[in-house]
Design a binder for this molecule. Structure first.
Ligand SMILES: Cc1cc2nc3c(=O)[nH]c(=O)nc-3n(C[C@H](O)[C@H](O)[C@H](O)COP(=O)(O)OP(=O)(O)OC[C@H]3O[C@@H](n4cnc5c(N)ncnc54)[C@H](O)[C@@H]3O)c2cc1C
Length: 393
């Protein structure tokens, strides 16, 4: 007999967890506060570690079916705004990368949920003492386990007393997807300027997912609403900033509908949490370890969290000491890995956003001098992940 599990939030982390647990026979209910569980968003890059995790819960092929080869097979790495290459990633660093439109990813994950297991328009609150009781719009619900996957601004994290706060990364990010196919000339990846970056990632159908960043010193905080809906003003702003950058940077923006450009001030958690677990309530994904997008690993880590928990619960630990031991192992394994990646991601972002001409010259010089083997090693370290062995009873 499976466990009764409540999942707070139908983001990537919550959906992968729910589908994985249901596949193993657990009875799962997902609460999503938004009225619609789909997403618009833009694109996403997932690396080999995310696919190892998706495979561990039986979802890898579904996601492969809607994703493309991303940067694999392309000349990828870092360029200057003039188009001159600073660093070319060796093929092994991008071989496992795949790109997907967020809406497609959500669609395939939602399709795997058992009918009737998702409640939308359902903002819920966890119990501060970690007991597996949820306050829902329809009253209290008791489960064997509650998993809070409620994102960067997680109220669960605060209610559980585990919050360390969020902090701005010091830059804003725009994202968009071209309306139709766009030829990137076999080249992709990021272009680093002074306090500005632009990234190009082809999607499976030939459209291009792009992102752009700009340093925002002293920008007003907007904690309640970090993402601005698409607006023509944002389209103009990004078009103007990157107008003189190499091809096809301006073309990517021109080929995107004016109302489809999203802007988002980037934040991560102020400090790693002391725990991802309290009693029988678990934090997962951005709620546990929101990191900057500079390694392209936020969703990948949410998926790893989900797969780790699914695998650890496969040993059917019951609801007593066995469950406590499984959750302690989840906490130990996931906190260690995500703290390292969050730190590294923030560092990459800080280096990428450098704007002083001298600092940029040094950065670019170091990038040019870095051997391809070192770039491959760094990528391999980030992307190396295997599911835990299930606990013995
Ligand atoms: C610019 C940018 C680019 C990125 N690019 C990449 C990339 O290329 N690769 C990558 O791996 N990651 C990337 N990320 C990170 C990735 O988007 C996130 O890490 C990932 O989406 C987190 O998923 P999640 O399920 O933890 O949280 P979310 O997706 O935030 O989902 C949380 C869900 O919980 C719901 N919710 C919140 N509170 C409640 C409540 N009280 N009750 C019920 N529901 C609730 C919300 O409505 C939401 O649906 C990027 C992020 C940014 C900002």
């Amino acid at each position: 007999m499976g466990m009764r599990v409540a999942v707070v939030g139908a983001g990537i982390g919550g959906l992968v967890l729910a589908a994985g647990l249901q596949r193993d026979g657990h009875r799962v209910r997902v609460h999503e506060r938004r009225a619609d569980a789909g997403t618009s968003g833009a694109g996403l890059t997932l690396f080999g570690n995310a696919f190892a995790a998706l495979d561990a819960v039986g979802l890898g092929d579904d996601v492969r079916a809607v994703s493309g080869t991303g940067l694999a097979g392309l000349r990828a790495g870092q360029r200057r705004p003039s188009g001159r290459w600073l660093a070319v990633l060796p093929p092994e660093a991008t071989a496992s990368s795949r790109s997907v439109h967020r809406a497609d990813l959500h669609r395939v994950l939602l399709a795997r949920l058992q009918d009737g297991s998702l409640r939308t328009g359902s903002p819920v609150t966890v119990s501060g003492d970690g007991s597996p009781v949820l306050r829902t719009p329809d009253g209290e619900e008791e489960h064997d386990l509650v998993v809070a996957a409620d994102g960067l601004r997680s109220t669960s994290r605060r209610v559980l007393g585990l919050d360390t706060g969020t902090r701005p990364a010091g830059y804003t990010a725009w994202r968009g997807v071209t309306r139709g196919p766009l030829d990137v000339g076999g080249q992709a990846g990021e272009t680093w300027g002074r306090g500005q970056r632009f990234g190009i990632v082809p999607l499976p159908d030939g459209r291009v997912y792009w992102f752009a960043t700009a340093t925002t010193p002293g920008s007003p905080e907007s904690p309640a609403s970090p993402a601005s809906p698409g607006s023509a003003d944002e389209h103009d702003a990004v078009r103007e900033r990157f107008a003189t950058w190499h091809d096809p940077v301006p073309a990517c923006v021109d080929a995107t509908a004016r109302e489809d450009v999203l802007r988002h001030d980037v934040h991560d958690l102020a400090r790693p949490l002391a725990s991802f677990v309290k009693g029988r309530t678990v934090l997962l994904g951005d709620a546990a370890h929101a990191m900057t997008p500079d390694l392209g690993q936020g969703a990948g880590q949410a998926v790893e969290d989900a797969a780790t928990l699914v695998v650890l619960l496969r040993s059917n630990p019951g609801t007593g000491d066995g469950l406590a031991a499984a959750l302690a192992r989840y906490d130990h394994e996931r906190r260690r890995r995500t703290a390292v990646l969050a730190r590294r991601s923030r560092l990459v972002g800080a280096v990428g956003q450098l704007s002083h001409p001298l600092a940029v010259a040094v950065r670019d010089g170091v990038l040019r001098a870095t051997p391809a083997a070192a770039l491959a090693r760094a990528a391999e370290q980030v992307q190396r992940w295997t599911p835990p062995a299930p606990a013995r009873r």
